[in-house]
Design a protein around this ligand. Structure first.
Ligand SMILES: *[C@@H]1O[C@H](CO)[C@@H](O)[C@H](O)[C@H]1NC(C)=O
Ligand SMILES: *[C@@H]1O[C@H](CO)[C@@H](O)[C@H](O)[C@H]1NC(C)=O
Ligand SMILES: *[C@@H]1O[C@H](CO)[C@@H](O)[C@H](O)[C@H]1NC(C)=O
Ligand SMILES: *[C@@H]1O[C@H](CO)[C@@H](O)[C@H](O)[C@H]1NC(C)=O
Ligand SMILES: *[C@@H]1O[C@H](CO)[C@@H](O)[C@H](O)[C@H]1NC(C)=O
Ligand SMILES: *[C@@H]1O[C@H](CO)[C@@H](O)[C@H](O)[C@H]1NC(C)=O
Length: 837
């Protein structure tokens, strides 16, 4: 007996020890199951060339063939993830009414140069297109100060792949380029021995004539020739553009592979129209004077540049490498030397491809064997590409204050707070924490966090102070590496201090550079008065979520003011006109005067914008009808206000009905005739709101239909400006089969497009999503779900379930629309009904 007892005890001990070991070895993401620890994909997988699936032209064209107008307005060219340099061509559109050139690239525009810096997917007045070169096959008739004398049509087809771009000009010059982080390499193949390169320091992407004054301007520069003209260095200063920024100085350092036969600097007067500059008024472009090895713009901000010529009997290519820096010429030269070591273009291309594969594409792996639908794979990896072009990684390149974390081109958080940053959180936590530290730094040194920022300058604010939402989303999901005490201080500034009105002509009623321009009303009246402020409805809705974001941090950090923020987060209810009817639906957001009277409800139509969906409107880039769905923190009250679950469902169904749109969205909504408009961000979360009445299958139907209808592996591949990749990130979430609810730990469960998907979370964790019996044509409705091996009854997950430590989600798919979920609906953590409404 004794010995038996002992051995039993021993066995128990051994089993217990094994279990403990197993628990240590196999980290359990979910308490009731033990799963193998998900490791990084093997190095071999990281080497896999996912970049071959990227279509860099997806979004380059709009509904009008040949024009970027109404399309993605994307950058096309050579870049690394979040690269400072996005090297590509700049174009000019002679059709000024449809001249959208925000990314530099347009399908048929006239080439005016190739330049180092671009935005991707943005609207409004263009920014950048600076530090340029232009290869010229002849100097006959060329006035270096007048691009009309040398601009070029293109012939043949442009070619682009990750890191690489090439085109051919009608004069026979072939342009090839590749981008590195702060530098680029250019190669020009000339048709004959007459070879020239023009460097125009005063070159930038102009605004179309209708909006001059808001466009960019050149604020002076300098250029110096060295080594007999083989090297040129200097700086240029440029202000204006979307952020209406102060001038920002960019230093450059260019080097040609071969010494030119001749190199000359030039200088010439600026001519109208250039805002707030000394110009030669009412004059055609002047003629340049040439000479000297150094030229500066002097007191009149003269245009400066240089012209390089290679003579001889051969027509071998002219290669150059160019570095840029926000700090100094020395840094610009060092970047060029370190980042581009070879004159062979493909070396730089290959380095970019490897960086994209390792840092971006391999983070989400799907089966890519021949039997798979290539289109879906292209859509996934192209979308990942476009959501990693912005913001720009200016770490250690901040000219304004000492800091290692410095990011620019948040353009705009209004676009990316909704679902883009939540994906950065999962697959780019290191970059993302640095971005957030940089937002907080901007508050410390500039006074406010940006909603948008470009050219190291805050502006413009389209709605609320949405950096608040970004911080809350990162905080509640436990992003490491951020000082949350400081984060909260930065948010507090947004919520309590009215930004000084700079009387921007775009909106004189309150500041639009930073902070919350209508905060005074928000605090005094509990809503934004239509008698004083523009965008009173959309900003009321956005300030509500901003204040909910403060509540999230206040609660987590144990501050006493959390009740105040929850109360203020419910203030959207003050604009709810309960009795207002439209198309058989009752209760909408409506304009209200400061004195509490609603404005002319008799003649108010919530399905149109009054007077347009822009800066002076009641709502921005969406109608009040659409904004009436955007209260993610308290869907419970919203559904109640709309008349309960059935009425809510009927209203959701209505906005997807063809021809339901009453507002003409112009270039911002080409081809969309439903109230639901996936081309603009306010509606991003709306297709998933069926989850809140436990009808997940309808969210699946709606989101898949939108994705299939509006996103294509084609030039006209996204429905409107990609907005720094915001549209692309929406598609990625749909394809993954989840959708994040911003500022909450919640992910709504969708319907994945791939039978298997591995997502690398942070450094070493992995989420695996499996979809059994999936067929994207027919079998895409969810029949049942298992999370970490356990049957799952709710149509949503929490961050800790599968993201914090990795995990698995396993779907059974089928043809039948099934109401498979039986658990609680997704939460309304800010639930509160105000007394007076
Ligand atoms: C090129 O010329 C056009 C027409 O004069 C002018 O509007 C534009 O600013 C110039 N520069 C660029 C880079 O397009
Ligand atoms: C670049 O091209 C050359 C010539 O075709 C080739 O020898 C070399 O291996 C290529 N390098 C890379 C990094 O692809
Ligand atoms: C996902 O990861 C698992 C485990 O490492 C592996 O067996 C599977 O092939 C991966 N799937 C894909 C699509 O990469
Ligand atoms: C591949 O997917 C696309 C988009 O999802 C779809 O339009 C196309 O019909 C699919 N092709 C095949 C062969 O299934
Ligand atoms: C966070 O910031 C606060 C305020 O600047 C500072 O007092 C505190 O030491 C910081 N905490 C850490 C861990 O750096
Ligand atoms: C409220 O203000 C509006 C606009 O100034 C005015 O037309 C209206 O008569 C006022 N209502 C009351 C009750 O004072």
């Amino acid at each position: 007996m004794g010995s038996l007892n002992l051995s039993l005890r021993t066995r128990v001990l051994v089993v217990a020890a094994l279990l403990i070991l197993a628990l240590i070895a196999y980290q359990s993401p979910y308490s009731s199951s033990i799963l193998p620890f998900k490791t990084l994909p093997s190095p071999a997988d990281q080497q896999y060339d996912y970049s071959q699936y990227v279509n860099p032209f997806m979004g380059s064209e709009g509904a009008m063939p040949g024009l970027a107008f109404g399309g993605g307005q994307i950058f096309v060219g050579g870049a690394v993830p979040f690269g400072v340099v996005k090297a590509g061509i700049d174009t000019y559109e002679t059709d000024q009414r449809h001249a959208t050139i925000n990314g530099g690239y347009t399908p048929h525009g006239l080439v005016t140069g190739v330049s180092m810096m671009h935005e991707s997917g943005t609207g409004g007045p263009p920014k950048y297109g600076i530090i340029s070169q232009m290869p010229l096959a002849t100097l006959d008739g060329v006035n270096v100060l007048d691009n009309r004398t040398y601009w070029q049509q293109r012939v043949g087809h442009d070619v682009a792949s990750v890191g690489y771009f090439s085109t051919k000009l009608e004069n026979g010059v072939g342009i090839q380029l590749a981008g590195a982080r702060h530098s680029a390499i250019f190669q020009y193949n000339f048709p004959a021995a007459d070879r020239h390169v023009l460097v125009d320091v005063s070159h930038y992407l102009p605004m179309e004539t209708s909006s001059l004054g808001k466009g960019q301007y050149y604020d002076g520069g300098e250029i110096q020739l060295k080594a007999g003209g083989r090297v040129y260095t200097g700086w240029g200063s440029y202000g204006g553009g979307f952020s209406q920024s102060a001038p920002m100085t960019t230093y450059f350092c260019g080097e040609f592979e071969r010494s030119p036969s001749e190199a000359r600097t030039f200088r010439g007067r600026n001519t109208d129209p250039v805002k707030a500059q000394h110009t030669w008024a009412n004059a055609d472009p002047s003629e340049a004077t040439f000479g000297k090895s150094m030229q500066d713009s002097g007191p009149m901000n003269d245009r400066v540049g240089a012209l390089f010529t290679w003579k001889g009997s051969n027509s071998s290519p002219i290669r150059s490498r160019v570095g840029i820096s926000m700090i100094s010429v020395e840094k610009a030269c060092a970047f060029k030397d370190h980042e581009i070591k070879s004159w062979a273009l493909n070396v730089t291309v290959q380095a970019a491809v490897e960086e994209w594969n390792t840092d971006v594409f391999s983070k989400i792996q799907v089966p890519v064997d021949e039997s798979r639908n290539r289109t879906d794979i292209v859509l996934l990896y192209s979308s990942l590409y476009f959501m990693h072009l912005m913001p720009s990684d200016r770490r250690n390149e901040n000219p304004l204050w000492p800091s290692t974390d410095s990011w620019d081109d948040f353009y705009a958080l209004w676009d990316t707070f909704r679902c883009t940053v939540s994906l950065y959180h999962l697959i780019q936590p290191v970059y993302y924490a640095s971005m957030i530290r940089s937002l907080i730094d901007i508050w410390k040194w500039d006074g406010f966090m940006p909603d948008a920022r470009s050219g190291n300058y805050n502006g413009l604010v389209q709605g609320g102070s949405n950096a608040d939402n970004v911080l809350a989303d990162a905080y509640i999901k436990g992003l490491p590496g951020v000082n949350w005490t400081e984060a909260y201080q930065a948010m507090l500034k947004d919520a309590t201090v009215v930004p000084y009105n700079q009387y921007n002509p775009t909106d004189l009623t309150g500041d639009i550079q930073q902070g919350r321009g209508a905060l005074e009303d928000w605090i005094r009246f509990g809503f934004i008065g239509v008698d004083v402020h523009s965008r009173s409805i959309s900003r009321t809705v956005e300030y509500s979520l901003n204040d909910y974001s403060l509540a999230v941090l206040a609660k987590g950090l144990g501050y006493e003011d959390q009740d105040l923020w929850v109360r203020r987060s419910a203030q959207w209810q003050n604009l709810w006109a309960h009795d207002l009817e439209h198309k058989g639906f009752k209760g909408f957001l409506a304009p209200r005067f400061r004195n509490g009277t609603f404005r002319d409800l008799e003649n108010y139509n919530p399905a149109v914008c009054h007077p347009n969906c822009g800066w002076p409107g009641l709502t921005y880039e969406g109608t009040p009808f659409e904004y009436s769905f955007t209260v993610p923190h308290d869907m419970q009250t919203l559904i109640q206000f709309m008349g309960g679950a059935n009425e809510f469902e009927r209203r959701l169904d209505y906005i997807f009905t063809p021809k339901s749109a009453e507002q003409n969205l112009g270039g911002n909504g080409l081809g969309i005739d439903t109230i639901m408009n996936i081309g603009n961000e306010p509606d991003f979360g709306t297709p998933f709101e069926y989850h809140y009445i436990n009808k997940q299958h309808k969210s699946v139907e709606r989101s898949r239909t939108l994705a299939n209808q509006y996103f294509h592996d084609a030039d006209y591949g996204v429905p409107g400006n990609s907005d720094a990749g915001a549209l692309n990130s929406w598609l990625i979430w749909v394809m993954i089969g989840l959708y994040p609810v911003v500022t909450q730990t919640v992910y709504l469960i969708g319907s994945p497009w791939f039978s298997e998907l591995n997502m690398t979370l942070g450094e070493r964790k992995m989420l695996t999503i499996k979809a059994n019996n999936l067929d994207n044509h027919e079998h895409f409705y969810v029949q049942s779900v298992k999370v970490n091996g356990q049957p799952w009854e709710r149509n949503w997950l929490e961050h800790d379930d599968v993201m914090a430590n990795g995990g698995t989600i396993e779907f059974e798919m089928g043809k039948t629309k099934r109401r498979w979920e039986t658990g609680e609906v997704p939460p309304s953590p800010g639930h509160l009904i105000l007394d007076n409404v």
